[in-house]
Design a protein around this ligand. Sequence first.
Ligand SMILES: [Zn+2]
Length: 489
Amino acid sequence: MPSKYLARLLMPGLVALLAGISSAHAATVESMRLWAAPDHARLVFDLSGAVNANVFSLANPDRLVIDLDESRLDTDASTLPLEGSAIEAVRTGTRDGGGLRVVLELNRSIEPRHFVLPPNDKYGHRLVVDLEYPGESAVENPIDPIEAMIRDQEMLAQRNNAQAQAQAQVPGSEASPAAPAPVEVQPAQPHPQRDIIIAIDAGHGGEDPGAIGPGGTREKDVVLDIARKLASDVNGTPGFKAVLTRDGDYYLGLRQRTQLAREQKADFFVSIHADAFNSPRPEGSSVFALSQRGATSETAQWLADSENRSDLIGGVDGSLSLRDKDQVLRGVLLDLTMTATLNDSLSIGGQVLDQLGQINRLHKSRVEQAGFMVLKSPDIPSLLIETGFISNPGEERRLRDPVHQQGLARAIFSGIRSHFERNPPPASRLAWQRDHQRQPTGNEYRIQSGDTLSSIAVRHGVPVGQLRQVNDLNGDVIRVGQVLRIPSS
Ligand SMILES: [Zn+2]
């Protein structure tokens, strides 16, 4: 037992030593920062050192109490921008036994969450207190539940199709009982003419300013301007709807951004950035799609590393890393989905790059690939656009210019739009328009109300399977007004 004996000897000294350290290093609250989002508010305490915090709620009236051990306040809490947050007023005082007490008076019920963050390259020790609003969505206009259902049906059909393909590729697994039986007798449904949903993600935000230009321009501000202009272009176009992942100055975790896009049933996700390099020379726009293997260029790797650092600056999302595992589909199915998604991303990326090239210098003339965390959605085509290098003084000036911002937004949207005009999702308004405006030719048939896939097949004397194949029909749903190609028998 010599080690136990040693421990008993050392312990009192150690305790005294630790006590000495903590009282000598009593922390100071150097500043307080507040960010109001639609579904939460985040209060950040910047501290001179690590502290112990105790956070608890009181009712009637609703308050949140934040006790900081052995700390004192060296900032004016009354200047916090409370507007749009659940906080009505902030009171501060000294606790009876010493230490700092901060009381938030609340105008609604909240769920508190807090954590401490160690120093990083932008900030020192921090205590982060999140006030979450139960039942609130992070987006201003969440998707209509019926639209969401239609989109779910489409995605299910696509998945079934991919599953059938996957099974066909695995030898010895012909007709699997798990594959859904085709329902060719299902009558044609009215066309839902749904909107194509574009999730627009303004990078960074809140305590994460992103890159900062030589003139002090913050990436988080210019990308929000561009994102809002892009959203209004999208919303001004019939058949499209925009969803902004953030519409204000607050931080969202990288995983939260893609999760939001998925909740909103987005057809496409675009993350808008303006980055800096460690030299003032590089300039021009770049478009990135995901790469699982590695970056296509050194700059791409450098940018991916710096964008992925965001979560370290902006803070962690406690619960999200676990949920992430549910989103990951498995095996061949995942590969197929990812390949299809990536092909779409690259196709849209090419169109966007073409358009950007007409208004701005291009940093690289093809879509680059790198391991950006924000692009890791297996089922939503996604791009990250570096609109320009904020570290280049000339480009920094242009990025602040509303006319240039509008030009960038327009170029990005026309690239996205031309892709979806060529490849409209089956239930979309664009697909309906394409079919509706087209006069069926001799070997085509426009689906009438009451038709089923098998009745059409019988009438034209072709096998149902062939009809499905030449029309690339995913699943069983056919729509009134849809134009089918009739294979010659
Ligand atoms: Zn960025």
